[in-house]
Design a protein around this ligand. Structure first.
Ligand SMILES: Cc1ncc(COP(=O)(O)O)c(C=O)c1O
Length: 450
């Protein structure tokens, strides 16, 4: 881990970063000539001047090509609640690789994996594996269209479901969404008004609230609890996207935490223990569309090359076995609470108007404190515009670079993804880095510009 003692303000931070990351700089210079997103391969990996090039990772830590060590709060974009290279997942995948990576056939692991998923999440009466979370969402739309005979999609503002046309953020360049209607979160009247049109095949919401388990949370749980009854009343299927929260928020996902049961759910990230995978799970009568005996016009012929290959099965079974007792989820939650509480002491101590909030994904809010929520997992405002204020993005990006230089890797300092592999010592070091980063940012006038 890099220890930063000198003051790093203005250009000196970028200069120091480049000086301590020469190998990454060299690779970045090559990458920008080939990889179109400023050399990055995921929107969240874009950082000015560049993110480090990682060579290996274990537990809560990762190391870059220049030997810099990081406490990782990216955690495979949320997929690694067990931490990097968990021994059980590594062993299972290593053993499987020597036996074949893709049979193009059935294998026992997929049955065991489906049994594990079904045992943790009651909605998963049937499971259809695919390659990633958004594929599961696309498939959920197809299933709902077949089941209801309708075509329209009802979604909540800010909720993230992937980048393909009908699930992309509204206004995404090039995305066509003629069948999609977006309504505000927490607005039950808007939900009922739209559903009553009886045009919608499916209602989507993200587990925990919008963006990474609830950057914009559900403040009104009455709304969430009403969704089941309202969708049934108007003949729409209710889908919860648990790609982030599935087996991260609790043993049965966010739906178990809040005590609801949708018709369909999407899984991804943690369900493969870090091996790329997705799954749409749901009621048996809806999932009947995959049955080869149903008439062609009601049938989905799902032929994905990567559907449930044995590497995914090995990683997925190893990870899901560890989720069964809820211990990793509990540990990540406790560490998230500790990070949140200690980080908030730093913000308050420096008179910076902002808060850390959340559960196993801890979000950073910078903006006015409009009320003190009794539940510390919630932000101190109910104004979505303030939570997602684009003016804060450059400040968070700057904080991200300050933290990176101090050995703390985040996704743009927007949030910290916890795992069961993090330790109290990691959090203490993170808080030290957070404090010292804010120190330099105050000195460079970052918060005055806000
Ligand atoms: C809630 C949610 N749904 C869907 C997706 C898309 O999953 P994937 O990137 O595996 O396609 C993501 C990705 O971050 C997500 O956060």
């Amino acid at each position: 881990m890099v220890t930063v003692k000198k003051v790093l303000t203005g250009e000196s931070l970028v200069e120091e970063y480049k000086k301590t990351h020469p190998g990454s700089l060299k690779l970045h210079e090559k990458a920008v000539k080939l990889l179109p997103a400023d050399g990055a391969t995921h929107a969240a990996r874009i950082l000015d001047p560049f993110r480090p090039y990682i060579t290996h990772a274990t537990g809560s830590r990762k190391w870059d090509i220049d030997g810099n060590e990081y406490i990782c709060y990216v955690m495979g974009h949320g997929s690694l609640i067990l931490g990097h290279s968990h021994p059980a997942v590594v062993q299972a995948v290593q053993e499987q690789i020597t036996k074949g990576v893709h049979y193009g056939e059935n294998h026992a692991l997929e049955v065991e994996w489906a049994e594990l998923i079904s045992s943790m999440m009651p909605v998963a009466e049937r499971i259809e594996f695919c390659a990633c979370g958004q594929e599961a969402n696309i498939m959920a739309i197809r299933l709902a269209r077949i089941y209801t005979g309708r075509s329209r999609i009802l979604r909540f503002d800010q909720n993230y479901h992937g980048w393909s046309d009908e699930v992309a953020i509204p206004g995404t360049a090039g995305a066509l969404q003629p069948e999609v209607t977006i309504i505000p979160m927490n607005d039950l009247d808007a939900v009922e008004k739209e559903l009553a049109k009886k045009e919608y095949a499916i209602l989507f919401n993200e587990g925990g609230g919008a963006t990474m388990a609830g950057q914009v949370p559900w403040w009104n749980m009455d709304v969430v609890h009403a969704l089941s009854g309202l969708t049934k009343k108007y003949g729409t299927l209710w889908h919860i996207d648990e790609v982030v929260t599935g087996f991260r928020d609790s043993r049965g996902g966010w739906q178990e935490r809040v005590g609801v049961k949708p018709d369909l759910t999407s899984l991804g990230k943690c369900v493969g223990g870090g091996i790329p995978v997705g799954a749409v799970v749901g009621r048996a009568d809806i999932m009947k569309a995959f049955d080869p005996h149903v008439p062609l016009e009601k049938r989905i012929s799902h032929a994905g090359t990567w559907n449930s290959n044995p590497i995914q099965g090995a990683g997925g079974v190893a990870a899901c076995k560890l989720y069964l007792d809820g211990a990793p989820q509990k540990k990540a939650y406790e560490l998230g609470s500790y990070l949140r509480d200690e980080g908030n002491k730093v913000l308050k101590g420096r008179n910076i108007s902002g808060r850390l909030y959340g559960r196993t994904v801890v979000h950073l809010y910078l903006g006015p404190i409009e009320y003190e929520p009794s539940d510390e997992t919630l932000p101190p405002t109910k104004d979505v515009k303030k939570i997602t204020n684009p003016a804060m993005a450059p400040i968070k990006a700057r904080l991200c670079l300050h933290l990176m230089q101090r050995g703390v890797a985040t996704m743009g300092a927007r949030f910290f993804v916890l795992s069961a592999a993090h330790t109290k010592n990691d959090i203490d070091q993170t808080i030290e880095a957070f404090d010292s980063s804010l120190d330099d940012m105050v000195a460079e006038g970052a918060f005055k510009k806000a």
